[in-house]
Design a protein around this ligand. Structure first.
Ligand SMILES: [Zn+2]
Length: 308
């Protein structure tokens, strides 16, 4: 995400942007900035990152009371936490200037290496699927080719939605075992196996060459919903069988069906199914949201665009 504050700072620094980041070169560092949940993030990629450089950065962060950072390959991601009021853009700018000046003085003739191959080639900033990256020409060509091939392949894959659906159902079957185990041995909700149905479902969908599109994502969720119903029914049946076994000492399937036809048992089964759907529903909604984002549209590599 790129909100007004960082967008303005980006413009001031002569950066360009992707849909969600402002990025550019500042002296001899590659910098990208974006808004996150309750934070602004700045990633700084430097010509080199030795232990004394790290010490210097950490001291600066401590002096500015910035608690969170993550080391990256040849760089650092700094998080500026903000809870009620936005973090001061001018403070971010000051810190950034201090840091890039340090690296400009220490490594005046160097630039950060290519972020993909790590070589000290001539680099440029590209927008790779909405993430800015500093890469060399060879790596650009590599990405361009891979993306072209991938997109072409997507085009030619027929709409294998039915195959994908069957794959998702078949692969999710082991998830039923989890439902049974949870229900019979832990007396806990079989709905937890929804997680297994989705992960196995995605695996099955892909193995059966289902087309990776938003429709595909919905199909996997539908398969998952079906599996929740089946899984809970199977788990409950095994539970009843186990009770019958305790009572009469052997497994007697016909008796199971008689029991399952009893109104109070049916009611209990229905209650279990409804609870399973309620509990797994939240997980399904989150997964669907993630998958729709991830599986939408074609990939691309392109130049960044101007910040307006
Ligand atoms: Zn490269």
């Amino acid at each position: 995400m790129l909100w007004t504050g960082l967008r303005k700072l980006g413009k001031e620094l002569d950066f360009e942007r992707t849909d969600s980041e402002a990025a550019g070169m500042l002296k001899n560092c590659f910098v990208k900035m974006y808004d996150g949940k309750n934070l602004k993030a700045v990633e700084l990629y430097t010509p080199q990152m030795e232990d004394d450089d790290k010490d210097y950065i950490v001291k600066k962060l401590e002096a500015n009371k910035i608690k969170k950072h993550e080391w990256q390959q040849n760089g650092i991601k700094i998080e500026f936490a903000e809870y009620f009021i936005p973090y001061s853009i001018s403070k971010i700018k000051d810190l950034l200037n201090e840091l890039v000046n340090y690296f400009a003085v220490k490594y005046p003739a160097q630039k950060p290496p290519c972020q993909h191959c790590g070589l000290q080639n001539k680099t440029e900033i590209y927008d790779l699927n909405n993430v800015s990256m500093l890469i060399c020409n060879d790596c650009y060509k590599h990405f361009e080719k891979t993306i072209q091939d991938e997109n072409a392949e997507r085009e030619y894959i027929p709409n294998n939605y039915l195959r994908g659906f069957i794959g998702a159902l078949l692969f999710a079957i082991p998830g039923i075992l989890l439902a049974v185990l949870l229900f019979v041995f832990l007396n806990s909700l079989a709905a937890v196996s929804a997680i297994a149905y989705i992960f196995l479902g995605i695996l099955g969908y892909k193995k059966f060459k289902g087309k990776i599109t938003p429709v595909g994502a919905i199909i996997i969720i539908i398969a998952g919903l079906i599996m929740v119903g089946i899984g809970t029914t199977v788990a409950y049946s095994v539970y009843i069988l186990q009770l019958l076994y305790k009572e009469i000492g052997f497994i007697y399937i016909d008796r199971l069906f008689e029991v399952l036809k009893m109104p109070e048992i049916q009611k209990e089964l229905m209650t279990n199914i409804v609870i399973s759907y309620l509990v797994s529903g939240i997980f399904f909604a989150l997964q669907l949201n993630n998958m729709l984002k991830e599986w939408k549209g074609v990939k691309s590599i392109k130049s960044l665009r101007k910040i307006n």
